[in-house]
Design a protein around this ligand. Structure first.
Ligand code: ADP
Length: 680
């Protein structure tokens, strides 16, 4: 009525699936993260290595060509010296030959011929000497500077040559005489700049060797122009250097500083191209750069430029090292084309990259395996989790109706196991409570049944004395009763009244017991007196019994002055109860009350020779409202309260009660209480 039904969409979620998904996702994320981290790291290493390798390649190769060019320069310089020496040696040899020949002739024929003939003989002999070049042919002057013999120049003979200068204005003969004024022989050298240059400095273009023969007052000389041999030297060097090829299309090139190529593109250059003639502006530009660089740094330097690579016809970037050879006015260079080194570098880079890919592949494989193992672990966990979980589900399903426990020991996880143990404790507790409830219910039902029976019994027990009282009371009204009869009726009315009173006091006692209000009042008294009182009462009762033949006996084994401290009235109540029952359930024989003392306990026993109690009933009779079933049919009367009250009283007096009985033979009710009850 008026209730609002709200529907909420519930998404079904499985715990194990969620855990599995979380683990899978986090594992994958972790894996990807680690993989990227390592990949980036590996890539950075790769990049650095590649760069270092490239730099190393360039550095190594650059220093290689530098070393090579330095060696070439050294070689050229040393060759140049060697070549010059060879040439200057040759002029000296020429002079020596002529000199020794002249000396020989002089010594041999000096005494035979006159001076003029002798001189003519010597001139003829010297002019006949063959030299490698007519230019080197030996000339003769006298030591005063007069020409004696000049090959190809007859007009110099007899001419004073002291003032003679060559085409460059050098006073040639004077210089030669200057040299001879300090020694027998010597070189006269002329520099390219037409100035006399100092000895041992290169370059020089003209060398003269002179030696005097003092006997004749002559000197002999031979001269040579070194540039006459320059081509030979150049070709020799060019041939040698053109053979030097090295890696990456590398070769050595040699140019004259005036733009003439000596070795070009790795070959001896034979054409008439000149870098500076403007026919190839690109090459000219490169040449000018090289020239500028070599002039600026005598140690040589590197240059990057484009050059046509032999065999390809294409212009390709090239790094060269160029260095000046000042001794020849050349510069030498050597370089390598970048395409090859770059392709080698990229080849190396490719190798590195492959290595990188391989490493990454291994990494991924390892990570994949880790993921796989992790998944296996997760699935295993899930399986165990699910097994435990479904165990619990089953447990709860059956636990709804049954007290079935869960097998905690079989559970995989500790948490589930302890949960299982707690659940089992719960089940056991529920089971115990249930059992108690059932028992309580049975008790309640039994109690109910007993109460009903008690009520039925009670009404009978009340009605019987009531009827007697009312009946005898009405009989008393009849007039023709004798005094004897009246006394009898009154006695019967009194007796039935007592029965009723007893009944009522029993009911009051039991209700006090039920509400826990029954109290005891201990006092000290002579037990003997109480027992004598009982003896007197029951002997009297026995004597007046109709239809029964019972003897009452007292067996008191305690001294007469024995004092007991207990509730006297309650003790008497118990004794009366038990003795009353003994009389009630005995037809003939005896009822014996025995009293003994054991340690500090006083022991009472009421033994009869009555009908006895069956073993089945013995457990029941001390319960309230119960009577022995075997006796019930015979209707002995009674409420079934006496023994229950007695038992309770004995307990309150600090003792206990029991019975031994043989059906048909008799019963022995006994109880014992402490001789001194504490309290009040
Ligand atoms: P009741 O008022 O019925 O006697 P009690 O509690 O005194 O109630 O006794 C309970 C029952 O125990 C009796 O009904 C009887 O069956 C049995 N009983 C008690 N005393 C004796 C006895 N001396 N001999 C045989 N049965 C006895």
């Amino acid at each position: 009525m008026g209730e609002q039904v709200t529907t909420k969409k519930i998404t079904s979620r499985s715990l194990t699936v969620t855990i599995r998904n979380i683990v899978i996702v986090s594992t994958l994320l972790m894996t990807v993260f680690i993989a990227s981290l390592i990949s980036i790291h590996e890539y950075l290493i790769f990049r650095d290595t590649a760069r270092q390798q490239q730099e190393m390649y360039f550095k190594e190769h650059k220093s290689f060509i530098r070393d090579l060019i330095d060696i070439e320069v050294e070689y050229i310089v040393s060759q140049r010296r060697f070549f010059d020496e060879r040439i200057t040696q040759r002029v000296r040899e020429n002079v020596y030959n002529a000199h020794s020949l002249a000396e020989k002739i002089y010594l041999e024929y000096g005494s035979h011929y006159d001076e003029k003939t002798l001189k003519k003989l010597i001139v003829d002999a010297v002019s006949a000497i063959k030299t490698p070049s007519p230019y080197m042919d030996v000339f003769i002057n006298d030591l005063e500077g007069t020409g004696i013999y000049y090959p190809g120049k007859p007009d110099y003979s007899g001419k004073d040559l002291l003032e003679h200068t060559d085409m460059h204005g050098n006073s040639v003969v004077q210089r030669e005489l200057d040299v001879l004024s300090v020694g027998d022989e010597g070189y006269v050298r002329y520099g390219e700049d037409d100035q006399l240059i100092l000895e041992d400095t290169l370059p020089e273009n003209k060398v003269v060797f002179v030696k005097k023969l003092e006997a004749l007052n002559w000197y002999f000389g031979s001269k040579t122009y070194l540039e006459d041999y320059y081509d030979t030297f150049r070709n020799e060097i060019a041939r040698k250097i053109s053979g030097d090829h090295f890696r990456y299309g590398g070769y050595v090139f040699v140019n004259e500083t005036d733009g003439t190529p000596i070795v070009m593109d790795g070959e001896v250059y034979k054409g008439d191209f000149n870098f500076l003639d403007g026919s190839d502006p690109d090459k000219m530009a490169v040449f000018e750069q090289e020239l500028e660089l070599t002039m600026a740094s005598p140690e040589g330097d590197y240059l990057l430029y484009d050059w046509i690579k032999v065999g390809t016809g294409q212009k390709i970037p090239k790094i060269s090292f160029v260095r000046l050879v000042p001794e020849c006015n050349w510069f030498v260079g050597g370089g390598f084309f970048l395409d090859e080194i770059l392709s080698e570098i990229s080849h190396q880079k490719e190798k590195l990259r492959n290595e990188l890919i391989k490493n990454l592949a291994i990494l991924f494989l390892v990570l994949l395996m880790i993921v796989f193992v992790q998944l296996l672990v997760v699935y295993r966990f899930n399986a165990n989790f699910l097994a435990d979980y479904s165990n619990f589900t089953r447990f709860f399903q059956t636990g709804k109706h049954h007290y079935k426990t869960i097998e905690a020991g079989q559970l995989y996880f500790d948490e589930f196991r302890s949960m299982g143990e707690v659940a089992n404790e719960m089940i056991h507790e529920r089971q115990r409570v249930h059992r108690e409830l059932v028992q309580e219910q049975k008790k309640a039902e039994e109690s109910d049944r007993l109460k009903t029976a008690f009520l039925a019994n009670m009404s009978h027990e009340i009605r019987t004395p009531m009827n007697a009282i009312l009946g005898f009371s009405s009989l008393l009204n009849e007039l023709e009763l004798t005094e004897e009869e009246k006394r009898n009726y009154l006695r019967l009315i009194e007796k039935n009244g007592e029965v009723l009173l007893q009944l009522i006091s029993d009911i009051m006692d039991i209700s006090k017991i039920e509400s826990d209000q029954l109290k005891v009042n201990p006092e000290e008294f002579l037990l003997h007196e109480l027992l004598e009182e009982e003896l007197w009462n029951y002997t009297e009762l026995a004597a007046h019994l109709e239809n029964k033949d019972i003897q009452f006996k007292l067996e008191n084994n305690l001294p007469e002055n024995y004092k007991i401290r207990t509730d006297k009235l309650r003790l008497k109540q118990v004794l009366d109860n038990l003795i009353g029952n003994a009389f009630k359930f005995t037809q003939a024989g005896s009822v014996v009350l025995r009293v003994n003392k054991r340690a500090s306990w006083v022991h009472f026993s009421i033994q009869d020779t009555g009908i006895g109690i069956s073993a089945d009933d013995i457990d029941q009779i001390f319960k309230r409202f119960t009577q022995a079933r075997t006796h019930a049919q015979k209707n002995y009367g009674g409420t079934g309260l006496g023994l229950a009250i007695s038992k309770r009283i004995v307990h309150l007096l600090g003792g206990d009660i029991g019975v031994k009985s043989i059906p048909g033979k008799g019963s022995d009710f006994y109880f014992y209480i402490p001789e001194s009850l504490r309290g009040k």
